[in-house]
Design a protein. Structure first.
Length: 320
């Protein structure tokens, strides 16, 4: 049986969130599942050892290629899907467009979220209800990324990682300005950590855009620079084994918070301006919200109210 899962949300984090649901379908039907996803999900970088995913088909819309945009792009996508002879499709959205694409592509059985219900759709609950209703599946939202043990050991050697010390991932970047916690807060946490645990080593994960580099350089130019390793120039598949060697991660709500939790690393997520569900859906996630707030969502704008003392206390508790 050939099955297609369509997950058209952007970014690494959303892709990680949907992994358990795609894997559950594969287990249910005892077959690997192909996926239609956007290239910026970067899924090829973290599923090398995933035995449930078959082919990756990239949805090329709203990017430089735009092969699947507009009417003629839709026809192109239909033709491409038709060549795969899929028998079932699971559409993780409420779009009529994808419903029609799947059916015209000759897919006999199309399962999909209720049409036209995108507004205020809960990213986890919608997927859970969908699979429960359609194929009677109960799915836990605990993604897991499996790495080759050889790659993990190789990272230890290449980066002189002593697994007996406090190796800490600091995910200090983020796709949005309001998600990036100021470096002064991160540095205060680092100071508390080093005073309490003298064997701390920090791996700094961030992107290469100008604003993220300012945060990175503020830390690299601090008194902790000898304890820091910058990962910004590395490929994602080379960063993952380093993360796996860390005892704990402290991350903004960014791709690295999702990846580290999926690598089964206890992850403190600094939630400043996005719905709390993005920082607590996994049992490995431990959110910190801004002082004075009872929850967090879009437009909370709380990045300056993240308390470094709370980060440190959570950090200490998890280590113990």
């Amino acid at each position: 049986m050939k099955i297609l899962a369509i997950q058209n949300r952007m970014g690494i984090g959303d892709m990680v969130i949907f992994l358990p649901f795609i894997e559950a379908i594969a287990k249910k039907f005892n077959t690997r599942v192909s996926i239609l996803v956007k290239e910026n999900s970067k899924i090829s970088h973290f599923i090398k050892n995933n035995k449930y995913i078959d082919q990756i088909i990239y949805l090329e819309r709203n990017n430089k290629k735009n092969r699947h945009d507009g009417f003629f792009g839709t026809i192109t996508l239909i033709k491409e899907l038709k060549n795969h002879n899929f028998e079932k499709a699971f559409v993780f959205n409420s779009s009529l467009r994808f419903n029609l694409i799947a059916k015209i592509a000759g897919i006999k059985k199309v399962y999909q979220y209720p049409l036209f219900e995108k507004k205020n759709q809960h990213i986890i609950d919608a997927a859970k209800k969908f699979l429960k209703k359609e194929i009677d599946l109960d799915v836990d939202s605990n993604p897991e990324i499996i790495l080759d043990e050889y790659d993990v050991k190789k990272a230890q050697k290449n980066f002189n990682i002593n697994i007996n010390q406090k190796n800490i991932l600091l995910g200090i970047g983020g796709s949005g300005e309001t998600k990036r916690i100021p470096p002064e807060i991160i540095l205060k946490f680092m100071e508390m950590s080093v005073l309490h645990y003298n064997d701390c080593k920090f791996f700094l994960a961030t992107g290469q855009n100008e604003k993220e580099q300012i945060i990175l350089n503020a830390i690299l130019n601090s008194k902790f620079k000898e304890r820091c390793v910058a990962l910004d120039k590395m490929q994602l598949e080379d960063i993952l084994p380093i993360i796996k060697n860390c005892k704990i991660a402290i991350c903004n709500d960014s791709s690295f918070s999702h990846l580290s939790a999926a690598l089964q690393i206890e992850t403190i997520v600094l939630m400043s301006d996005t719905p709390l569900i993005y920082g607590n859906y996994s049992s490995k996630m431990h959110p910190i919200i801004p002082d004075g707030e009872t929850t967090v969502t879009h437009d909370t704008h709380g990045k300056n109210k993240i308390n470094p003392e709370k980060i440190f206390q959570k950090f200490k508790k998890l280590l113990n």
